[in-house]
Design a protein around this ligand. Structure first.
Ligand SMILES: [Zn+2]
Length: 306
């Protein structure tokens, strides 16, 4: 029964670490039985669930990111454009949208969607942050035109989402009372997706790595570090906002770093990529105090940390 409890808790552990985690807990179970007998063994096994949950929460999910079909900005926009085309076709072609019952007039639809958008803008800050993070310019920043692309990308996404939901609400009366909920979820996705993209190539960032400790945030930071697969930079996402890191912050890397981040190695050899990421981070941190590579501390951390 105790072993079954451990096996049940092991299901919560990410599969990469499951075998090692289970063997470790089985060894400890053997030791507990030897030292205490049956006393307290059940409580010990139930503690495995807490440990498994902690491990799941603190292990960034790389597999999900790797498998994301919307990693490329082009694919992401094409997917939304496809949905927009389908919703437009439904509005035009589906007979009951215009024939059955009372067809929704254009003015009513516009008012309905404006009302839904107003509710969305009021409620959205409660379910996700509206801030897209800090992208401080340094000597390695791309040209302004390149940096503005992410705003165009966001604008196109939002425009397509509005078009999709406008047409969908026009073709189906069933979703009209709930269209504001769909707007809310869609806008939340758009913002989260935007925050997880490289500002240069607009691809989804990869290799999330947890850095630091929750109990040591004084003059340090605790959170997740992500990287662009093409070596454009690193993203620091604080788990616990501090005066230094109140929101996520992007660091533009020198173009010469790109050779250290070949995309195919990132996909096929995650550990190698993580090693290179750690190497880049450590090298950057060791060099920043000397101002090497033009990355001065005040350029990176801002004046609040200086
Ligand atoms: Zn990039």
């Amino acid at each position: 029964m105790h072993l079954a409890t451990l096996r049940g808790a092991a299901l919560l552990v990410p599969w990469r670490q499951r075998a090692e985690w289970l063997s470790e807990w089985r060894s400890e179970l053997w030791y507990v039985r030897q030292s205490r007998g049956t006393k307290g063994v059940t409580a010990f096994c139930l503690g495995a669930f807490k440990d498994a949950l902690w491990l799941r929460r603190n292990t960034p999910c790389q597999e999900a990111r790797k498998m994301s079909c919307l990693e490329s900005p082009v694919k992401s926009l094409l997917f939304l454009a496809l949905l927009a085309a389908v919703s437009l076709l439904l509005t035009i072609r589906v007979p009951h949208a215009r024939v059955e019952g009372e067809p929704p007039v254009r003015e009513q639809l516009i008012l309905l969607n404006l009302h839904a958008l107003l509710i969305t803008f009021l409620v959205l800050p409660a379910i996700t942050s509206l801030r897209l993070g800090e992208y401080p310019a340094n000597s390695h920043s791309p040209p302004l035109a390149t940096r503005l692309r992410r705003w165009f990308f966001l604008a196109i996404k939002i425009a397509l989402i509005i078009q999709i939901l406008f047409c969908t609400s026009a073709s189906s009366k069933l979703i009209q009372p709930y269209v504001w909920v769909i707007y809310l979820l869609a806008f939340r996705w758009a913002l989260i997706d935007q925050r997880q993209r490289c500002p240069v190539c607009l691809r989804l960032l990869t290799n999330p790595t947890r850095i630091g400790r929750p109990s040591q945030t004084f003059l340090e930071w605790y959170g997740i570090e992500l990287m662009c697969a093409k070596g454009h930079g690193l993203l620091y996402v604080p788990e616990i906002p501090t005066s230094c890191y109140s929101t996520q912050r992007w660091l533009y890397l020198d173009p010469t770093w790109s050779s250290f981040f070949p995309s195919h190695e990132l996909r096929e050899h995650g550990s190698l990529a993580l090693s290179m990421q750690s190497y880049a981070t450590l090298t950057w941190r060791s060099c920043r105090s000397r101002g090497k590579y033009g990355l001065l501390p005040d350029q990176i951390h801002g004046h609040r940390c200086s």
